[in-house]
Design a protein around this ligand. Structure first.
Ligand code: RIB
Ligand code: CA
Length: 312
């Protein structure tokens, strides 16, 4: 029985590889992909998500447009990382598959409330606005979810958007705050983990050498994606953040962390969007998040390459 998931995403090259990994994995049933404004505006994330589904040969996937801006703040985008299109690095054809008519947040609420309790997993790869809207529309939804697995936050690595905040949380801290306290088991994959899963020339060459279309396309996307972080951090490669969310579902044994309290800064402009993670247990705040710090890096890349090699 495949595990039913909803992917909420702001593609983005790293989102793209996460979507490809999910679509290449029979252990998962992608009930739908809801798009959110983040890396690039919504008008582009909805196109990019469909481009990636068609790259995977999965025009049957249902793709929904979600929020075009955060719950209560102006949108902040990241073209400086992902390029103007959000998928710079490889030219994918314009999509032929249509968007679904239903709004993303409504799809999330309807799907979760109509499914048996504790069966649907939400995989959040971008700002959490769609989840925030869904939780505001249906307060009981959180407790009905099997799990929320999200890429976001950071503590030991600090932030990548401000010194204190990681992009997905920074863009919509109010939505993130709702998610942290929604009643669902929350697993957070922060920069502390994703800064270990760095691309390399050898890894990108492995994708380029794949005898299919997905491999070389992924290599082109990664070539572009890594350049920002290499310049910024002086690292040997770029942290491929989002596929860790899907890899965790497929092989949880590759990951490690602990159940701790995580709160979101929503008041201070200086530390807006900071994930205040009580890793050392110095408070008696409720332990609401499984915070992952450890990853088997080789196992991650092996899984990603193996699965993407199976696509067209
Ligand atoms: O901070 C990294 C996260 O922000 C990733 O999900 C990336 O795609 C952007 O959404
Ligand atoms: Ca993302």
């Amino acid at each position: 029985m495949a595990r039913p998931i909803i992917i909420d995403t702001d593609p983005g090259q790293d989102d793209a590889l996460a979507i490809l990994l999910a679509l290449a994995s029979p252990e998962l049933e992608v009930l739908g992909i809801t798009c959110v404004a983040g890396n690039v505006p919504l008008a582009r994330t909805t196109v990019n998500a469909r481009k990636v589904c068609e790259l995977a040969g999965r025009q049957d996937t249902r793709v929904f447009a979600g929020a075009s801006e955060p719950l209560s703040r102006a949108l902040v985008t990241a073209e400086y990382v992902h390029g103007k299109t959000g998928l710079d690095g490889y030219e994918l054809p314009e999509p032929t598959m249509a968007l679904q008519d239903q709004a993303g947040a409504d799809f999330i609420v309807e799907t979760v409330m109509n499914a048996p309790a504790n069966t649907v997993t939400l995989c959040a790869l971008g700002p959490l606005t769609n989840l925030g809207l869904a939780l505001k529309a249906e307060r009981t939804m959180g407790a009905r979810l099997r799990e929320i697995v999200l890429m976001g936050g950071g503590l030991f690595e600090g932030g990548n958007t401000t010194p204190a905040a990681e992009f997905n949380i920074y863009v919509d801290p109010e939505a993130a705050d709702l998610v942290m306290h929604c009643g669902a088991p929350v697993t957070m994959i922060p920069l502390d983990l994703t800064h270990q899963t760095l691309t390399s020339d050898a890894i990108i060459d492995d994708f380029r050498a794949m005898p299919n279309h997905t491999g070389p396309a992924s290599a082109g996307l990664l070539d572009f994606f890594e350049r920002f972080d290499v310049e910024k951090y002086g690292s040997q490669g770029g942290p491929l953040h989002d596929p860790n969310v899907i890899a965790f579902l497929l092989k949880p044994e590759l990951y490690g962390g602990r159940l701790i309290n995580v709160e979101i800064e929503t008041s201070s402009e200086l530390t807006r969007g900071m994930t205040v993670a009580d890793w050392w247990g110095v408070t008696d705040r409720v332990k609401n998040v499984t915070y992952l710090r450890d990853v088997d890096v080789e196992g991650y890349w092996t899984l990603l390459k193996e699965r993407l090699a199976t696509l067209r």
